[in-house]
Design a protein around this ligand. Sequence first.
Ligand code: UT7
Length: 340
Amino acid sequence: MKRYSRITGTGSALPERRLTNADMVTLLAQRGIETSDDWIVERTGIRARHYAADGVNASDLAFTACRNALAAAGCRTADIDLIIVATSTPDMVFPSTAAILQHKLTEAALADGDVAGAKGCPAFDLQAVCSGFVYALTVADAMIQSGAAHRALVVGAEVFSRILDFNDRTTCVLFGDGAGAVVLEACEHDGSGPGILSSDLHADGQHVGILCVPGTVSNGSILGDPLLKMDGQAVFKLAVGVLEEAARAALAKAGKTEADIDWLIPHQANIRIMQSTARKLKLPMDKVVVTVDQHGNTSAASIPLALDHAVRAGHIRPGQQVMLEGVGGGFTWGAVFLRM
Ligand code: UT7
């Protein structure tokens, strides 16, 4: 018997405001910038994205996603002993969005009449940009396997609309806001039950400049550009290579092959990257969860958002094996292979 961590509930949240590609055409036209539904759909697969209203932060989206995940898992906030939030768009420079989230969840639990919330449990943010969720899941899994935690909330939450340059059509049409969360819980079995079976994480800092928000806060003002910059083609080329490698490495660590993948959930950035990865792994597209068309690229939130949508639609079922794959700024990438 071995200790594993398994997903017992998923949840997600999308802001109400939905912008179609036609809305983006209008928005950019006000700045004298041309784009089109045809270009966006053909080059990316994106048809719509959601933007958070003023005053709605990553912790607010994370809160809703966590409440939904807790309800799906059938557990209370007080049952949680670890919170990790993957985000590149935190509410504040510090404290962490996870600490803010912990307080919001605790207040809501007390308002529900519970005697306790999540007060006191470790809560921290993890920064690996679009790979953040697979990094966070791996860290939570290690803490659960070691006995340091028993039941964790692992969250990806982003408000990328706040860091977009709406004068740059090559990036601003791509990203959206949202959050996804899972309850990850300890269990014991001989390897045939549910849980995280393997993971494979990487970073290569030589590529910092191809996808970044270079600005920072210094001496009371913003030093450098606080908006997202991306060399799309450079990111594209790296992404298609590393996503195949990471999936193969995670399969090898689990003693599995491509044939053991029931579902592939790649980071939702561009349908062409997802198609290329599926081809290389010899998977038909009907085994790939696709939400990029409706959500755009929500960075660390994209994988848990897609996972929750596929679970709630009844596509991903207990016992099935799922490959999650992240790739993004850093350059970072990684995969988690798990059984539901
Ligand atoms: O989240 C982390 C991971 N991120 C990614 O994986 C993103 C990876 N990169 C990509 O998905 C793609 O590189 C993009 C979608 C960003 C760009 O697609 P592309 O096929 O590489 O286009 P491109 O940058 O080569 O641009 C082709 C043309 C250019 O015009 P010219 O120079 O050929 O006349 C661009 O100016 O498309 C033009 N273009 C646009 N046209 C209309 C770029 N953006 C737009 C736009 N609307 N929004």
